[in-house]
Design a protein. Structure first.
Length: 244
C-alpha cells in the first residue's frame, strides 16, 4: 500500500511538472531579465560580451542619440586564446573593444564622449570592479547599464553592490538581443546561456556572501575593509577568463 501511495505521488508530481513546466521554466528565463524604468543619466556603461557586443553597442548608440546620457563607457575583455600568437605572426585581429569603437565612430558618436576602461576583464565581476574604479572621482551619480537580457539581473546586482548606493544603477538590457525568456529551453543558444547564467549567479552569491562576512569584520576595532575591496578579485596569474 505504501509503495502504491508513493507511486501515485510521484506520478502526480510528474503530471504537475509536465503541465506546468512552460510556466516554471518561463519564470526561470524571466527572472534573469532585469530592466528598470529608463531615465536620463550621467553615463552609459556598455559591458563587453564577445559576439554579443555589437547588439549592446547599438543600444548605447540609441540611448546616446535619444539624449539619455552624454557619455559612453566601454570596457575591455581579455583577448581569446591565440590572439597574441597571431599578432606575433603578423595577423592583427580587432578586439571586441576595437569593434565597439568602430561601431560608435561609424554611427556618428563623437569620440570625445567615449571613455574606454583599458584594464582587461576576465569576468563580469572584474569588469564592473574596473568600471567602478574608473568612475571614482568623476561626476557620475547615475549610470545606464547596457548588457544582454539574460545577463542583466546579475550585472546590475553586482554594480549596485560595488557602488554601495553612491551611484544609481539603471539596468537597460539591449533590445537587439535575441534571447527568448519565455521559451528559452526550445532554443539551443538560449538553453546554454540560461544554464550557464544560473551557475554564474550561484557563484556570485557565494562571492557576495563572503564579502558580507568581510564587511561585517569592518566593525571590529582596527579592521577596515571596503565593500569594493572585499568583492573585487585579484587577476588570475594565467589571465584565464571566468565569471562571477
Amino acid at each position: 500500500m505504501r509503495r502504491l501511495v508513493t507511486l501515485i505521488i510521484i506520478l502526480g508530481l510528474a503530471i504537475v511538472l509536465y503541465i506546468g513546466h512552460p510556466w516554471l521554466l518561463g519564470g526561470m528565463g524571466r527572472y534573469l531579465v532585469y530592466e528598470t524604468p529608463l531615465e536620463r543619466a550621467d553615463v552609459i556603461v556598455v559591458l563587453s560580451g564577445g559576439s554579443s557586443t555589437p547588439a549592446r553597442v547599438l543600444e548605447a548608440v540609441d540611448l546616446y542619440r535619444e539624449g539619455y546620457a552624454k557619455r559612453v563607457i566601454l570596457t575591455t575583455e581579455v583577448k581569446p586564446n591565440g590572439y597574441d600568437r597571431l599578432a606575433a605572426r603578423g595577423v592583427k585581429l580587432p578586439t571586441s573593444t576595437e569593434i565597439s569603437v568602430t561601431i560608435l565612430k561609424r554611427l556618428g558618436i563623437p569620440m570625445k564622449d567615449v571613455d574606454v576602461v583599458r584594464e582587461e576583464a576576465y569576468s563580469t565581476l572584474s569588469e564592473l570592479c574596473s568600471v567602478t574604479a574608473h568612475l571614482e572621482g568623476k561626476p557620475a551619480r547615475s549610470v545606464i547599464l547596457v548588457t544582454d537580457q539574460h545577463h542583466s539581473r546579475r550585472a546590475s546586482r553586482i554594480m549596485q553592490r560595488l557602488t554601495n548606493g553612491r551611484i544609481r544603477v539603471l539596468s537597460h538590457p539591449t533590445k537587439y538581443d535575441e534571447f527568448h525568456p519565455d521559451t528559452w529551453w526550445q532554443h539551443r543558444d538560449d538553453l546554454k546561456e540560461v544554464l550557464f547564467e544560473y551557475e554564474k549567479l550561484a557563484n556570485y552569491w557565494l562571492v557576495a556572501t563572503k564579502a558580507m562576512v568581510l564587511s561585517a569584520a569592518d566593525r571590529l576595532p582596527g579592521v577596515r575593509i571596503s565593500v569594493r575591496n572585499s568583492l573585487c578579485p585579484t587577476k588570475p596569474k594565467e589571465g584565464k577568463a571566468g565569471d562571477a
